[in-house]
Design a protein around this ligand. Structure first.
Ligand code: G6P
Length: 605
């Protein structure tokens, strides 16, 4: 999704802008651009494709300037093209934008009547001309605030000016934005990760904030043009740095490090001596929780679906799950006896943030499970449970998923223990089993050679189906999602018991069907569903921990995963599915870290 950088310095900024834009590449984008103030004029350069292409343009034709803004664009209004790439500049101002301006058509009509000529199909260009117009009559901060008043929708903005040639302005409503404090220069960025190589001193903007950066100071203003003070945070030095190490791409690194990330997470939450879970300061007394509502998007939503089974199994608490983009627009009956849990790797997903914001406005208790502890979602929620997975760069979420599952599992057993819905003995047994999980993940990862062979079968198919029951149902959904995201194949995840109600019609000779059949209470039933698939010519890939040479000679492949407690099987079932998507995409020569059309951090709704 779009990413913004701004730098005000005492030396040329273009190369640092390019390096910081590269840090934002993980978000997913289709074009890139930069604008600096050079000899008193705005110098704008942009292109479709990668930041590397922009860098080549700058190599041939450098952008001097001690101040500038840069952008990676993920198209919303208007196709990916050079003209639609940001920045969008007039003679007077140059703007980069992350978000969507919902009333851009009306604003455009008004501006066209005033004689402004639009070059692009973007919603962003209205900001450029609105500001240009208002700067004729107002000083800088007033003109910016008056522009923002006219905009409906969400935005983070970076702006430079011909007239105010030593100032970069930032503004935020709904989309994330941070400033960073450096020696002799200051920065603006969509996230702290992009700024981390330059500074660890950060301030996050809140909705309605405007900031003004020069080389040696940063000021903040509210929507009434009054100066405000904001806290400066010092970022932690993350041990899990975001480099590929010896891996070919981030995704393979992130899949393979799951044993370690699980260990890190378990060590953060489990007190090994006392055999207990360290979770204090709940925003609501666990004994008083009447209902749990789990909310997320994409892969994070699948971890919510999985956790529903755990909470229902271990506690007597009713659980609902919701996709954030649906939750935020429904007529919800809020209750302060409920716990609303938000799951998000980035902590910046626009729909999840909006759903959380809605809960906050209704004064109910919120908890977030995030990977990025400095994120907007973490900062807004009453209680934060980090997953400690380290930066996840591959657009398709892998280690963050297992991290989310871990924290949700830990939360489910801790809440159930406090409520005395599981006894101490069961509680301690579950903790003991959990401690063995990292080793089991490591063992499961050894299936890579087998999965590579299985992946070849997916090259000649137009689609695939993933089936599971109970805890394996959400994992089937996640397996299908991973395959869609990376291989661009049509993939359906389904509860195996629902096959007869429609999807069985899709089975034809040679269609790959991945069956998740752990040796749990659903095993026999899932195997019956598998036989129905085989009878209709489906090519079955069975994933199970039942080791006695299962069951039908017509299974194309059987992949055996290690034994563990039934409740922990989702962790082990997930890994071959991540690898499958990875290898199918690699065989198809897709960019596994940046699948087409997708973004890591979805900051527009
Ligand atoms: C995007 C990413 C997915 C992710 C989803 C939710 O679609 O590509 O991998 O699951 O957003 O993101 P979040 O950061 O809220 O977990």
């Amino acid at each position: 999704m779009c990413g913004i950088i701004g730098i005000a310095s005492n030396k040329s900024v273009s190369s640092n802008i390019i390096q910081s834009l590269k840090k934002l590449e993980y978000r997913g984008y289709d074009s890139a651009g930069i604008a600096t103030i050079k000899d008193g004029f705005i110098d704008e350069k942009k292109c479709t494709g990668r930041v590397d292409s922009l860098e080549k343009i700058l190599f041939k034709n450098p952008s001097a300037g001690f101040l500038g803004i840069g952008h990676v664009r993920w198209a919303t209004h208007g196709v990916p093209s050079q003209v639609n790439a940001h920045p969008h500049s007039s003679e007077e101002v140059s703007v980069v934008h992350n978000g969507i301006i919902e009333n851009s058509s009306e604003l455009k009509k008004d501006l066209e009547k005033k004689g402004y000529k639009f070059k692009s199909q973007t919603d962003t260009e209205v900001i450029t001309f609105l500001l240009t117009d208002l700067l004729k009559n107002f000083d800088l901060i007033k003109a910016v605030n008056k522009t923002l008043e006219k905009l409906n929708g969400s935005f983070a903005l970076g702006i430079i000016f011909k007239k105010y040639k030593d100032i970069v302005v930032g503004a935020r409503r709904g989309s994330p934005l941070a400033v960073g404090y450096g020696p002799d220069e200051n920065y603006l960025g969509s996230d702290s990760y992009a700024l981390k190589s330059m500074t660890n001193k950060i301030t996050y903007l809140d909705d309605g904030d405007v900031c003004l950066l020069t080389q040696n100071k940063i000021e903040f203003y509210n929507s009434n043009n009054k100066k405000v003070n904001k806290e400066i945070l010092t970022l932690s030095n993350d041990k899990n740095t975001a480099d590929k190490g010896t891996y070919k791409d981030f995704m393979s690194k992130e899949i393979n490090e799951q044993s370690q990330t699980a260990k890190n997470c378990i060590n953060e939450y489990i007190d090994h001596l006392r055999k207990d879970i360290n979770l204090y300061n709940f925003p609501i007394k666990p004994q008083e929780i009447k209902k749990i509502i789990l909310i997320g998007c994409g892969t994070a939503y699948h971890s919510c679906l999985t956790a529903k089974y755990w909470f229902e199994e271990f506690s007597n608490i009713p659980v609902e799950t919701d996709v954030a983009s649906e939750f935020r627009y429904r007529k919800i009956k809020f209750s302060n006896k409920n716990l609303y849990i938000f799951v998000s790797q980035s902590g910046e997903t626009a729909d999840t943030f909006a759903a959380l914001d809605m809960c906050k406005k209704n004064n109910v208790k919120t908890c977030s499970i995030v990977n990025t502890v400095e994120s907007s979602i973490a900062r807004l929620s009453d209680f934060v449970l980090p997953i400690h997975a380290g930066p996840e760069i591959g657009v398709a979420s892998t280690k963050a998923f297992t991290g989310q599952l871990l924290v949700l599992f830990i939360l489910a057993i801790k809440i159930s223990q406090i409520r005395k819905e599981i006894n101490e003995n069961t509680y301690i047994k579950k903790i003991d089993k959990l401690k063995k999980l990292p080793d089991l993940i490591k063992k499961t990862l050894k299936c890579q050679d087998e999965v590579q062979i299985i992946a070849k079968d997916f090259l000649s198919t137009k689609g695939a189906i993933f089936l599971g029951r109970g805890l394996s149902f959400p994992i089937a959904l996640e397996g299908a999602l991973k395959l869609k995201e990376l291989s661009y194949l049509h993939a359906e995840g389904y509860p195996a018991g629902e096959m007869k109600h429609g999807p069985l019609a899709l089975i034809e000779e040679g269609l790959p069907v991945v069956i998740l059949a752990p040796n749990d209470r659903y095993f026999e039933k899932t195997i019956s569903n598998m036989q129905e698939v085989i009878a209709r010519g489906g090519k079955v890939i069975l994933i199970s921990n039942k080791n006695n040479n299962i069951i039908s000679e017509n299974i194309r492949f059987t992949l055996e995963v290690p034994q563990t407690d039934d409740y922990l099987m989702p962790f082990l079932m997930t890994i071959p599915l991540q690898l499958l998507a990875y290898y199918v995409a690699s065989l198809k020569n897709h960019d596994v870290d940046k699948p087409r059309n997708l973004a890591k951090s979805v900051t527009v709704e």
